[in-house]
Design a protein. Structure first.
Length: 303
């Protein structure tokens, strides 16, 4: 499938993948696709940054290549490495056959047939269905030297392999870079990307997401869940619940045949919504009862 030709088509493309995007997010995605620029998405964990790359790959019929970042990530795991075992076998076979030209042997064992392609190099290869979607997930978890290495990849869509030369993409991949902002991404990398901050959704959009992702949840329960979660995000919790946790909570409550929130159901299932004991201890009990009462009062006022 070809890339969308307008912002409205981008909204529709995301909607077909069950992703509810606001217009500002759809606009920056459209521009990244249209301009062939990498897109840096920052935001709290669980707001749907990674899902964007998955939806784009599925909707466009492209291969999704995911590079999950972590501390200590290097080019051997992210870009390429040599198949040393196969190289040693080749050298021993050549020696057994009496090959004496070490220069030619060196050129042979450091040829592309011994090159193991990791995610970034895979993303530069041509594909029948079109350039793949390269997801560089949670870049903030890596070290700064690897971030610096990415500058060549994100600016010229090429990788330098000393033994072979430069490998350049014929058609640039669609690159989505995500960061949870546990540390600042360097300005040099940001300059190579379009940027968007993915925020928590408002109540209306979160309810729409819940209807798509947890359709079995009763309408009243869905509204209670969204109202409760929205109020939690206004508190000073250690980790606010993301959209993923909202969906998990809705599915957990539905599995327990709940039709509306009450104090007991909240206290019994907070572990599906909050992931730190201090947050659970703070919300459960009287605080949960207070929030539920506020939700009921708001509902009566709306009626």
């Amino acid at each position: 499938m070809t890339i969308p030709s307008s912002i409205d088509e981008t909204v529709d493309l995301l909607a077909r993948g069950n992703y509810v995007a606001d217009r500002s997010l759809a606009t920056v995605i459209f521009l990244a696709l249209k301009m062939g620029r990498p897109l840096l998405l920052e935001g709290e964990a669980g707001v749907g940054k990674t899902e964007i790359a998955k939806v784009l790959a599925d909707a466009l019929g492209r291969r999704l290549i995911r590079l999950q970042c972590y501390e200590g990530l290097d080019t051997g795991a992210a870009v390429y490495e040599w198949n040393y075992q196969a190289q040693m076998i080749e050298i021993r076979l050549a020696e057994a056959e009496g090959v004496e030209d070490r220069t030619e042997l060196g050129k042979d064992v450091f040829s592309e047939r011994f090159l193991i392609r990791r995610p970034i190099l895979q993303a530069l290869e041509p594909a029948i269905e079109g350039p793949p979607v390269l997801l560089i997930d949670e870049l903030d978890r890596t070290d700064e030297p690897f971030e610096a290495y990415l500058l060549e990849v994100l600016s010229d869509f090429q990788v330098s392999v000393p033994e072979i030369g430069t490998i350049k993409a014929g058609h640039p991949p669609i690159v989505i870079v995500t960061s949870n902002r546990t540390r600042e991404i360097h300005d040099a990398l940001k300059r190579r990307c379009l940027y968007h901050w993915v925020d928590y959704p408002d109540a209306e959009r979160e309810l729409a997401i819940l209807k798509l992702k947890a359709p079995a949840t009763p309408e009243k329960l869905s509204r209670d869940i969204v109202a409760f979660v929205q109020k939690l995000r206004a508190m000073d919790l250690y980790k606010n619940p993301g959209i993923a946790e909202t969906i998990d909570w809705a599915q957990a409550l539905t599995a327990l045949d709940a039709v509306a929130l009450d104090r007991q159901s909240v206290n019994d299932t907070l572990g599906a919504l909050l992931k730190y004991q201090d947050d659970i201890a703070r919300v459960s009990g009287s605080e949960a009862a207070r929030i539920l009462e506020e939700i009921r009062m708001a509902a009566r006022a709306a009626d």
